[in-house]
Design a protein around this ligand. Sequence first.
Ligand code: PMP
Length: 457
Amino acid sequence: EYTGMSKERIMEIRSKNLSPMTTKITYYKKPVFIHQGHMQWLWDVDGRRFLDLFAGVATVAVGHCHPKVTAAAEKQLKKLWHTTNIYVNAPINEYCEKLASHLPDPLKVIYLTNSGSEANDLAMLLARLYTGNYDIIAFRGSYHGGSQQTMGLTSHSPFRYPIATSSGCTHTMCPDVYRGPWGGSHCRDSPVQTDRQCGCAQGQCAANEQYIGQLRETFHTSVASRVAGFFGEPIQGMGGAVQYPKNYFKEAYKLVRERGGVCIADEVQTGFGRTGTHFWGFQGYDVLPDIVTMAKGIGNGFPMGAVVTTPEIAASFSKAYHFNTFGGNSVACAVGSAVLDAIKEDGLQQNSLHVGTHLMTELAKLRDKYEIIGDVRGKGLQIGVEMVKDKATREPLCPEAMMEIFEDVKDMGVLIGKGGLYGQTFRIQPPMCITTKDADFFVAVFDRAINNYMDRK
Ligand code: PMP
């Protein structure tokens, strides 16, 4: 039972003492006042239970307050919290060995950070030091962080400020097979397809060639056509679960390497089994990045991040110190280690695949029923539902309509997310422990919310 401060008092403090940006993000018109969490459930201060299908932006990987993770944190809290980086102690070594065992050779050298932004900052630095080049390419619509460096890498207007962000970041066309001009959504790696064919012939994706053509053009905008690195989220998160043709990364990685660059997979949202078929999103494309960055799910909500790279690239980073006070602290390492155990013991990668495929299949039925659902896509439990005014033009559904449906879904007890360049995509990225029953409940709620919206129109 909640015995804390009143909602009014909380809002008063929020408006006075929290940053104006925080005050702006209540996410809902009638905000949710969260009090407690357990696995896929959240309770508000009135004792109302919500099914959490957003997991704090794909962050709670194994479940809110997962007993195993909580116990590991508690145990370590009583033993040692800190001094990790200047003395030798077991937790960071145990954890790095375990994390490395989840990555293919030669990705075995780990830097622990406290967030995804820090991890991507470091990845940019590594790419530049190792290659001696400067230009870095990322996708339009990407999100890679909120630090001044990563804000330059990010290409999504709500997250950009009119300041000098890092120079040397160029954005290439996102090979979005639903919204992009050449289609190709039957060439994406998802259990559901739309009819945006691209005229493939003999296993060659015609759209892919066009999107790769855009990347080739982007190289010509770099200094001497040389690049330091290429960043890609295996499935765009904030961008709205945007997927690319299956072969895109394979060809892109080859072209980047020919120009002296390294390839970086931003697994902040797609890592740790979320995509179901594999532990890492990049594995679904059959490529091997040179650097992998991760955060969010790595700590199930505990502030953590990591950069993993090869010994060769890491060696370029040994001429001066790189110090991070909290990165790799013993509590974070104990948490991270328990998260990896929970993913394995609870069979969460397999569950992501099973429940995610079921959920997308059911959502695709709603897509066929309603004119305003343009696309259902994703892999495992990284899912997007793109809303449109009409299917033929793919004009995005307006923010007001999105908000109405979003709020209605919440009022019926389910929390989901929003994203996309135009805010037109609902995002489902729950704790990976949800069941098919939870998925069915959401589908019924979503169906009702869209019906309600149509009735009001
Ligand atoms: N990369 C991606 C793909 C993300 O989604 C995010 C956070 N939304 C980040 C990087 C930045 O992570 P953090 O907020 O931990 O700095």
